[in-house]
Design a protein around this ligand. Structure first.
Ligand code: NAD
Length: 338
């Protein structure tokens, strides 16, 4: 299959899935992972039956890595994913999180982490997860995460409730600080490697390599910015970034291409991460995104889209506690070094 990704004339075939080992773990994950946050209605209400069919199609087509959290839809995503994988647990590498329970609700204490895992296991209808990650660590006290949360997660690992553990978050500085301080199996970094931003490559990857930590890239569509539909209202990116996304989508449309497909292909082509998580909730999205895997990106289109996005390239936003946030000029999102 060598056809370029384009709108209109793409073949209705499903590409063959590739797999990569996650760091030093024994988890061999599909390079496209299923992000289950949309199952919790976080990008708008979904049809739960469609969501279930999306999960089943993904499994049938070789996607074996599923990521969720109690935070997504305030437990709704875990409930729905649990129902969907019931009876199919064996073929699934299941990842959930702990420590974040709402927009502003965080608890990284050992006691809450223990409870949290038991609650997640009930909702997910299983007795272990493959990966347990402390969710959005920049909102916690980093010292607590290093000295209390991670050690408790290791105890849960010893008890067999999680095969491997890790952290997730947005500011690269905080991810690096924790990775340097305590052994981790995995990290999810989101919105830091895609057509709009690539600082994860220079900042996080060398540290991950040094410690043998498996990295998963999330939000290759920049949480909706790099799609026809655009970003949801809660999106934290500066307005200029969202506007640049709309311009890029318009340009792609005028050339018969789909921005989301180009954006995903760009991420799948990055070989240093084990998997790229894509948020999905319908069989049609699963099919389209699988098709992306079967066709190379058109290099000229990628170059032109990157030129449109260049004025806001590597713009970020503050996230978490002030002391954990990456340096950023809050009014624009521009990195101070620019
Ligand atoms: P994303 O960039 O994957 O965007 C998801 C949005 O794009 C959804 O609205 C989805 O319906 C839409 N979409 C998917 N395929 C599309 C296509 N082909 N065309 C147009 N639109 C399409 O953002 P995300 O869902 O936030 O990130 C992916 C996953 O990564 C999440 O579901 C979650 O599992 C994980 N994640 C984790 C963290 C964290 O741990 N802190 C943060 C962000 C994401």
């Amino acid at each position: 299959m060598s056809q370029s990704i384009s709108g209109g004339n793409s073949e209705n075939t499903i590409g063959s899935m590739q797999y990569r080992t996650l760091g030093r773990t024994q988890l061999v994950v599909s390079i496209m992972g299923f992000g289950a946050s949309p199952l919790g209605d976080v990008f708008g209400a979904i049809d739960p039956a469609e969501g279930m069919r999306a999960v089943h199609l993904a499994i049938d087509q070789g996607i074996n890595y599923f990521d969720v959290s109690p935070y997504y839809g305030l437990t709704l995503a875990e409930e729905r994913l649990g129902r969907a994988i019931e009876g199919r647990r064996k073929g699934v590498i299941l990842s959930t999180k702990c420590g974040r329970y709402g927009e502003a609700s965080f608890d990284f204490s050992a006691e809450r982490i223990r409870q949290s895992v038991d609650e997640s296991l009930r909702r997910l209808r299983t007795d272990y997860v493959d990966l347990l990650q402390a969710h959005d660590v920049e909102f916690g006290d980093v010292e607590q995460i290093i000295h209390e949360t991670i050690p408790e997660m290791r105890r849960l690992q010893q008890q067999g409730k999680a095969r491997y553990i890790g952290i997730t978050g947005y500011p690269l500085g905080t991810l690096v600080r924790i990775a340097e301080a305590v052994p981790l199996d995995s990290i999810i970094s989101y919105c830091r490697y895609n057509l709009l931003v690539d600082d994860m490559d220079a900042v996080l990857m060398p540290v991950a390599k040094k410690h043998g930590i498996g990295v998963i890239n999330a939000s290759g569509l920049h949480m909706g910015v790099l799609t026809e539909g655009g970003a949801p209202s809660w999106h934290p990116a500066p307005a200029k970034v969202r506007e640049a996304g709309s311009l890029a989508a318009e340009f792609c449309r005028s050339r018969g291409f789909d921005l989301a497909e180009l954006a995903l292909r760009f991420c799948f082509d990055y070989p240093l991460v084990a998997s790229t998580l894509v948020g999905m909730s319908t069989p049609d999205q699963v099919r389209r995104n699988l098709h992306v895997l079967s066709a190379p990106a058109d290099p000229e289109m990628v170059q032109q889209v990157r030129a449109i996005l260049a004025p806001v390239f590597n713009y970020v936003w503050p996230s978490g506690r002030r002391e954990n946030s990456d340096p950023v000029r809050e009014e624009t999102g521009e990195p101070p070094s620019r």
